[in-house]
Design a protein around this ligand. Structure first.
Ligand code: IDP
Ligand code: MG
Length: 134
């Protein structure tokens, strides 16, 4: 596998509940490197672009207001197969299905607020890194 860069973001509930250190630690322990890291807000425009595929779904409005509700930690994460590795450390989208030992399995309470985002493929990783870091 090749060295990849992915975009990951600790969502507002992850920041509020104090999981930043633990999440960064898990990435680094797994051999991933934090290339860039910045705390800040997601703008409504960035939120709409990032969740375009979910527009029209019943949870869409709640998702946009949640992701813009507080500070997030934006990260560029690199390493061997970083896209898939980051997704496997995150765990399943729905915390009820996320395995213990994954970030969502251990810290997420519900599917609306599931602690962390990670790009789902290399193409989207590139788009999302540009979206959030310019
Ligand atoms: P992912 O974050 O694991 O890639 P996606 O299907 O891309 O999952 O969904 C993006 C985000 O939208 C999820 O992380 C979650 O916050 C929210 N979401 C997805 N499905 C639901 C749902 O059925 N109810 C509420 N929120 C959802
Ligand atoms: Mg997704």
């Amino acid at each position: 596998m090749a060295i990849e860069k992915t975009y990951s973001m600790i969502k507002p509930d992850g920041v509020r509940n104090g999981h930043i250190g633990e999440i960064v630690n898990r990435f680094e322990r797994a051999g991933l490197k934090i290339e860039r890291m910045e705390m800040g807000m997601v703008t409504p425009e960035q939120a709409a672009a990032n969740y375009q595929e979910h527009e029209g779904k019943p949870f869409y409005d709640g998702l946009i207001s949640y992701i813009t509700s507080g500070s997030v930690v934006k990260m560029v994460v690199s390493g061997e197969g970083a896209v898939a590795k980051c997704r496997s450390l995150m765990g399943a989208t729905n915390p009820l299905e996320a395995a213990p030992g994954t970030i969502r399995g251990d810290f997420a309470v519900d599917v609306n607020a599931n602690v962390i985002h990670g790009s789902d493929c290399l193409e989207n990783a590139e788009i999302e890194i540009k979206r959030f870091f310019g």
